[in-house]
Write a protein that binds this ligand. Structure first.
Ligand code: ZN
Length: 120
């Protein structure tokens, strides 16, 4: 079953595990000379955070493990002049030609993926 909470959209691209990962989080510690006073619960990660699959030990970034990647992640995965296999640039050009979208190609792919995931 797909994750709906913390790990929504996160899946190991190597073994399809969705259950358990190790993610590098940023946390804030209140520190005095005597030691750590308080570790705040404000910890978070983003697309650039390191992640490891607990099933196959594959490592990467959260963005690389995301099934709903941002335009920036898509751009770095496929290259600025690359193309997503499921969302051909010709389809995007057609929509641009009809003035159905004014998004750039990778922004259009990211929002198309999001739209198609929501419909599943
Ligand atoms: Zn894995």
């Amino acid at each position: 079953m797909a994750n709906e909470n913390c790990l929504a959209g996160i899946r190991c691209p190597h073994c399809d595990n969705e259950k358990e990962f190790e993610i590098t989080v940023e946390a804030y510690a209140r520190v005095v000379d005597e030691g750590v006073h308080d570790l705040t619960s404000e910890n978070d990660w983003d697309d650039d955070s390191r992640i490891m699959c607990m099933a196959c030990r594959a490592r990467g970034t959260v963005g690389e493990f995301s099934t709903m990647p941002s335009a920036d992640v898509l751009r770095s995965r496929h290259g600025v002049w690359g193309e997503h296999p499921d969302y051909p640039a010709d389809d995007w050009r057609y929509e641009v030609g009809n003035d159905d979208t004014r998004q750039g190609y990778w922004e259009w792919v990211a929002s198309s993926i999001e739209r198609d995931m929501a419909q599943e």
